[in-house]
Each structure stands twice: as C-alpha cells, then as structure tokens.
Design a protein around this ligand. Structure first.
Ligand SMILES: [Ca+2]
Length: 121
C-alpha cells in the first residue's frame, strides 16, 4: 500500500481517540496510530508527547502516520519505557507512514514522544 494522501484539516489538540476511521482522520500536525493495517480501525492522534495512549488503543497499534515535522519515538510501555524499533527504525521520520509495522512491533505500543532528531532515549 502506498503512502496516504494528506488532507487539510485543523491541527489536533490533546490526544483524541475514535473508532472505525480511515487515514483521512489523521490531520496535519498529528501523529496517528491505527488498530489495523492500512490506517483503519480504531485510532488515536495527538500533536503532543503522550505518556499513555489510553485504554482503547493500548497495545493495539498496527499502522501509523506521522504528519508532524518532527521525529517520533515509540515505546512499549507507559512514560516512554522500552523503546520500539518499528521496521527496524529508531524513530518515525517527519511525514512517514507505515501501513504495517510487522509482527515484532504489532499490538504493543503504549506511549510515544517527539524528537528533533533520529535519536531516542
Ligand atoms: Ca504496551
């Protein structure tokens, strides 16, 4: 699956969760995670460091889209513990999407935060 097309909508505030979306729910300036492959299912989006994505999306992330101009670091546990390596990457680049993070990193994400570089604690 190719990269999704950007849609022009308002930037998100604090983290928001919803059910049964497609990629268009991921607005400019948000980092978005989706329950299923190809940016579908339940989803969460935020433009801010998120120490816990909440009950609906905890341990559910399978695809993602970074619509911010920063790198994003992903973690298996709350408060940025146990750094993830989706598709063997240290961080998700600005504008990058992954339609399927693959088995090792599937259904484990609990927190994420932004970084100015391709480096994560
Ligand atoms: Ca987790």
């Amino acid at each position: 699956m190719g990269a999704p097309q950007a849609s022009a909508q308002a930037a998100p505030g604090e983290g928001e969760v919803t059910a049964l979306v497609d990629y268009t729910w991921c607005v400019d300036d948000a980092f978005c995670i989706f329950e299923n492959t190809g940016y579908t299912g339940s989803a969460f989006r935020s433009g801010y460091d998120t120490p816990n994505v909440g009950e609906v999306m905890n341990d559910k992330m399978t695809s993602l889209w970074n619509r911010t101009d920063k790198y994003v670091c992903l973690y298996r546990d709350s408060w940025y513990r146990n750094h993830m390596l989706p598709l063997a990457q240290i961080a998700i680049g600005p504008g990058q999407s992954m339609a399927n993070v693959n088995r090792n990193e599937n259904d484990v994400l609990t927190s994420f935060r932004f970084s100015d570089s391709y480096a994560c604690d």
